[in-house]
Each structure stands twice: as C-alpha cells, then as structure tokens.
Write a protein that binds this ligand. Sequence first.
Ligand code: CO
Length: 136
Amino acid sequence: MFVRVDHIGVAVEDLDAALPLYRDAYAMPLVHREVVEAQGVEAVLLDVGENHVELLAPLGPDTPVGRFLAARGPGMHHVAYQVTDIERTLDALREQGMRLIDETPRIGIRGSRVAFVHPKSTGGVLTEIVQPAEGH
Ligand code: CO
C-alpha cells in the first residue's frame, strides 16, 4: 500500500529559528518553502536522500499545528507515507474501519494530495497519506 516514508513532520514555533539545526548542522538541502493555507501552516521541506523532513510552523494559534504546539510544545508531529493512488488507499483504510480526518484528499505542499488518518486509529501516531504531484 505504501511506497515509502515520504516525510517526517516536525512542529516548530518559528521556521527561521529551526533552520540552523536542519539546514546547517544536519546539512539537509532546503528544497521548498510554502504557505499551505489548507493546513494553516507555513512549511519547509528539506531533503534526506529521497525522503524529507517537513518543518511546520502554524499561521495562527487556532490551527491544528498551533493547538498542537500549545498542548505539547515543539517536536514530532506526524509521519507521512507516500502512495500512488490516494483514493484507493483511503478506501482500503476505510474498509478496515480506520478513522480518517480527511474523507477526501486536500492540497498539500508542492501540489501534493494529502489526507490524515486519526491517531486514535493508529496507536497515537498522526499519519499522513501523500500522493506527490507529477514530477515530485
Ligand atoms: Co506532512
């Protein structure tokens, strides 16, 4: 079902304050930065081989990542698995009784299509299903 781990999502208070660790100390190439209104975040993608780290800073306190930071502070936020057919994957997960946060895909970073699976169905791990846009 899953092609590979696409990225690890990390919640941060401030993108520019987080970059020295990932871009400089870890020497991960910064490949993309984008405001994703649909998710209420500004996000940065850094390459780790074929995979990524996604840093997420909230656009405001009343957003999913803003509420996450208020409740738990910065740190690991989600794991994202890459798929080739997101509708089929969501159908398969639904058939297995899993609780989806997004019943239909929405637009993610770099034009990808994404949907989140509720941590109540995944042993506490917020899980993102991602189908990259063509060419990514
Ligand atoms: Co993500």
